[in-house]
Design a protein around this ligand. Structure first.
Ligand code: 6PG
Length: 242
């Protein structure tokens, strides 16, 4: 399902509303809301809106459990950190109990960080593959999502829930969740804005599946839904009525 919004602000507002609605639904259904946050720039405004009225009081923050889809292997205060972005935009401004926030430790050696994060996931969800109520994902101009980059070995990972990856021409490593975990989600929402994403969005949505070239095409929840929330600039090349 693809929804096109006039601009980033209206998309962010709709995403924040969706987050609040899903949080309420999950809490009513099973007493908690487990969400996987996206990194990068696109979700920042959504997070800010969730920290402000009227949505701030609509979300049952005491029942919310926060995880991340990926993190850059940088210290917590590094401006590139996805955890830092979400803390400043949202988590430092709402009453989620500290023990319900599960950051990826970007300052640990990468393999240790991946192992520690998988242990945190297992501690919370148990031995079964985690089923998140909501997964937020972005889309990179190269077709990546989370930190699952084109031609990465992590794309074929079917056992582990986390992996160490590295973006081409980027000196730092990254920690990412793997496709099996994403595909257990109840609902995956991709957030895509800006003209620079128009070409890749068209390829991901309209070209034949080539997940090693476009890792976002790996995301097909087995018992869940995928929704694409895109702005008009990013949707520019999509077939009408797609
Ligand atoms: C990251 C994200 C990554 C991001 C896309 C889009 O750590 O960078 O997990 O997958 O969602 O690269 O990034 P923008 O939202 O900044 O365009």
């Amino acid at each position: 399902m693809i929804e096109v919004f006039p601009d980033q602000e209206s998309l962010s507002r709709a995403t924040a509303e969706l987050f609040a609605a899903e949080a309420g639904r999950a809490e009513a259904a099973h007493g908690r809301f487990a969400v996987l946050l996206a990194g990068g720039e696109t979700p920042r405004r959504t997070y800010e809106l969730l920290a402000e009225e009227p949505l701030r009081h609509r979300v049952p923050w005491g029942r919310v459990h926060i995880f991340w889809g990926d993190e850059r292997c940088v210290p917590p205060e590094d401006p590139r950190s996805n955890v830092r972005m979400a803390r400043r935009a949202l988590l430092d401004r709402v009453p989620v109990p500290a023990g319900q926030i599960h950051p990826i430790a970007g300052d640990l050696p990468p393999r240790q960080a991946a192992a520690a994060y998988e242990a945190a996931l297992r501690a919370f969800f148990g031995p079964e593959l985690p089923r998140f109520d909501l997964v937020l994902l972005g889309l990179g101009a190269d077709g990546h999502t989370a930190s699952l980059f084109p031609c990465s070995l992590a794309l074929d990972e079917r056992e582990r829930w986390t992996a160490v990856t590295q973006r081409a021409n980027e000196e730092i490593k990254r920690i990412t969740v793997t496709a099996p975990l994403l595909n257990r989600a109840a609902l995956v929402v991709f957030l895509v804005t800006g003209a620079e994403k128009a070409a890749v969005l068209q390829e991901v949505l309209e070209s034949s599946p080539e997940p090693h070239r476009h890792p976002a095409q790996l995301v097909k929840p087995v018992h869940g839904a995928v929704r694409w929330l895109v702005d008009r600039a990013a949707a520019r090349l999509l077939r009408p009525g797609l």
